[in-house]
Design a protein around this ligand. Structure first.
Ligand SMILES: Nc1ncnc2c1ncn2[C@@H]1O[C@H](COP(=O)(O)OP(=O)(O)OP(=O)(O)O)[C@@H](O)[C@H]1O
Ligand SMILES: [Mg+2]
Length: 246
């Protein structure tokens, strides 16, 4: 579904990424895990097609199982690090505006709102939402197009523990939907171990992949104790890269 190879990505004198390669199979959830500044958001912007100024190649395919229209270019749903909803539009209008006119059906919007527990908040304006609600609305806006590839930039950061747990459970449900290829960016190892099928560990300056960790247990079967055990096992490895994650 996704193949990215970045020989080099620079911002002027700063080389943000070098020798950075990434693939995701159809239905696979891949986590990019690494410390602040290692280039996670930069990589996601390149994959989303928002930044074409890099030395390398990118290819994204369409999923044959997506809801109509089945043909056409790949659709990408992105949830930014900050929710970025249009403040003068309601939650429902934010979703509607994400849809091309041909796909703009109330039933589609209602189903997505219900999936993310937003039905009661449909007519609220973003300024009247908590951060957790705004994150769910941003996720709904990304999902309403039934994207071939879902990009999530730190979806649980800065939420209190209860809200983060709730959103994590919602994300599990979303990611276990139709083959849902997704990239999850996070600096939180627990979050990645709870949600992803495969972890790519990044190191900074310049950002690159230094380890790859597949997780065999199905997402729905991973409880807190299992996530803790996986994390302890990783941190106990001798490789100094895992100390970045402590
Ligand atoms: N628009 C930009 N102009 C100049 N430098 C940038 C720009 N965007 C990112 N950088 C630099 O590129 C590097 C990677 O930044 P990026 O935002 O991708 O990191 P990140 O892993 O997402 O960090 P965080 O966890 O804090 O969100 C950093 O050194 C950053 O300062
Ligand atoms: Mg970032």
């Amino acid at each position: 579904m996704l193949r990215l190879e970045i020989r080099s990505k620079r911002f002027g004198a700063v080389e943000a990424l070098r020798g950075f390669a990434l693939t995701a199979a159809r239905g696979e959830v891949v986590a990019l895990v690494g410390p602040s500044g290692c280039g996670k958001t930069t990589a996601l912007s390149i994959i989303a097609g928002l930044d074409r100024d890099f030395d390398g190649t990118l290819s994204v395919a369409s999923d044959p199982d997506r809801r109509p229209p089945r043909i056409g270019p790949p659709r990408i749903g992105m949830v930014f690090q900050e929710p970025r909803l249009l403040p003068w539009r309601t939650v429902r209008q934010n979703l509607a505006l994400a849809l091309p006119r041909a796909l703009r059906r109330d039933s589609r919007i209602d189903a997505t709102l219900a999936l993310l527990d937003l039905s009661a908040l449909a007519d609220r304006f973003p300024g009247h939402l908590s951060l957790g609600m705004a994150r769910r609305a941003a996720l709904a806006r990304a999902l309403v197009v039934d994207p071939d590839l879902l990009l999530l930039d730190e979806p649980l950061v800065s939420l209190d523990e209860v809200t983060a747990q709730r959103l994590r459970a919602l994300l599990t449900r979303v990611l276990d939907g139709r083959p849902r290829t997704a990239l999850l960016v996070t600096h939180n190892l627990r979050e990645a171990l709870a949600l992803a099928d495969r972890l790519l560990i990044l190191a900074p300056s310049p950002g690159r992949v230094v380890a790859e960790i597949p997780i065999a247990t199905p997402r729905a079967a991973r409880d807190d104790a299992m996530v803790e055990a996986l994390r302890a096992d990783l941190l106990a490895r001798a490789d100094p890269v895992f100390r970045l994650l402590a």
